[in-house]
Design a protein around this ligand. Structure first.
Ligand code: S3P
Length: 437
């Protein structure tokens, strides 16, 4: 499927966006190894989380789908997963593959994790190394999937200083830590999303959490609970920017996750001049949520603080579009991790913005984006959901239509994206079958 966006001013209004991807994966995985039932509402019924759901079912976990977004997981207990009859397909999801590597290396049975073409090229040594230090045996070709995980290994504790800031690696170690004899300590180079820690706590697991250090004792059982998944700020970010750069709009997005380990995008946009307010803060379990209201604003180029990178790691594609719409130049540094996401996001954004006549100077760890006018054109998504959605937002303010190629991956994280923008008055169309994305 391709998406075409014609220049459009947004209407004011209220929209909702789907559930948080990171929290939905974790709710399924932790619910599966808990004792008792875990109910999940607001689940993200996107392809990534469906891959996690399918893998758990393949290991014998009973998951009832009461609706697309309401699930009930019958916890199998820490040792209740069963050997799957074939490889477990993680699709496009790095989170699923890395977290399952941690969860499965302490099981009595062996398993194999596979993924699509993009995932098959993503680095896995970052989880293989610490898990092996705990006693896991994981085979991979040149550090890439498929991962072959040997069952029946005895895991021990470890103290591990992460070489890169990664919530996926941290979470993999903590999940393996549940099966370890002893204590695991993870030390992060920068704060990353802490959904695993919060959810473990809400399920009765004791852990010590400092700003960048987490300590967990192995052998603790999880208790099933009720999990209400907040709307995903990473998806809301596309709507937020579309409203900011529109002529005259005020848009509210309800009950969005505002965990401080995720809100870097709001801080960076505010630093650029955006008018964003956060109201009605409440807790969904251990996760703060709020209504976010955003008003059209003039943006200015800035030097983005590299200390905020890990707090906005998935939002840089849309922040590159913000920079293209700002007055002056915006400098991004410290973004080397973006080169190993679903695509090389620095290269993909530089290529696409240049196709819309925005000057971009690319560097190994970032870019300088020279803001001003966006013209129309054809851009490639590189099969990456966030690249596709970022350019759809760019299309709302370009001089001519923007055609985005190969946008099927939008369904991995934001089912209903096209309808959501359309409900705000964006002139957006799907080509090649015209299906919903
Ligand atoms: C995620 C962590 C981040 C993020 C990804 C989701 C998670 O990846 O980019 O979309 O759910 O833990 P890294 O941990 O590799 O930075």
């Amino acid at each position: 499927m391709n998406i075409v966006v014609n220049p459009s001013a947004l209407n004011s209004g209220a929209v909702s966006v789907p559930g948080d991807k990171s929290i939905s994966h974790r709710a399924l995985m932790l619910g599966a190894v808990a004792d008792g039932t875990t109910t999940i509402s607001g689940f993200l019924a996107g392809e990534d989380c469906r891959a996690t759901l399918g893998a758990l079912r393949a290991m014998g976990v009973k998951i009832d789908e009461l609706s697309a977004t309401d699930l009930s997981v019958s916890g199998a207990g820490l040792y209740g997963l069963r050997r799957p009859s074939g490889p477990l397909d993680m699709g496009n999801s790095g989170t699923a593959m890395r977290l399952f590597a941690g969860l499965l290396c302490g099981q009595s049975f062996s398993s194999t994790l596979i993924g699509d073409e993009s995932l098959s090229n993503r680095p896995m040594n970052r989880v293989i190394k610490p898990l092996s230090m705990m006693g896991a045996r994981i085979g991979a070709e040149e550090g890439k999937p498929p991962l072959h995980i040997d069952g029946g290994q005895k895991l021990t504790g470890l103290v591990y200083r992460l070489p890169v800031a990664s919530a996926q690696v941290k979470s993999a170690i903590l999940l393996a830590g549940l099966y370890a004899d002893g204590e695991v300590t993870v030390i992060e180079p920068a704060v990353t999303r802490d959904h695993t820690e919060r959810m473990l706590r809400s399920m009765g697991v004791a852990l010590t959490q400092g700003e960048t250090q987490i300590i967990l004792n192995g052998g603790q059982n999880l208790k099933g609970t009720n999990i209400e998944v907040p709307a995903d700020l990473s998806s809301a970010a596309f709507v937020i920017l579309a409203a900011i750069i529109s002529a005259d709009a005020e848009v509210t997005i309800a009950r969005v996750g505002v965990n401080p380990t995720r809100t870097g995008v709001i801080d960076i946009l505010k630093d650029m001049g955006a008018d964003i307010s956060i109201d009605n803060v409440q807790l969904f379990g251990e996760e703060p949520v709020a209504d976010i209201t955003v008003r059209s604003s003039r943006l200015f180029g800035i030097d983005v603080d590299p200390a905020k990178v890990s707090l906005a790691i998935d939002e840089f594609p849309v922040l590159f579009v913000a920079a293209a719409c700002a007055d002056g130049k915006t400098t991004f540094t410290g973004l080397e991790e973006l080169r190993v996401k679903e695509s090389d996001r620095i290269a993909a954004m530089a290529e696409g913005l240049r196709a819309l006549s925005v000057p971009v100077d690319e560097s190994p760890d970032g870019a300088v984006v020279h803001g001003g006018k966006l013209y129309g054109g054809v851009v490639r998504s590189h099969g990456d959901h966030r690249i596709a959605m970022s350019f759809a937002v760019a299309g709302t303010v370009a001089e001519w239509p923007v055609h985005i190629e190969d946008t099927d991956a939008v369904a991995t994280s934001f089912p209903g994206f096209v309808d959501c923008l359309r409900s705000l008055g964006v002139d957006i169309a799907c080509q090649d079958g015209g299906g919903e994305s």
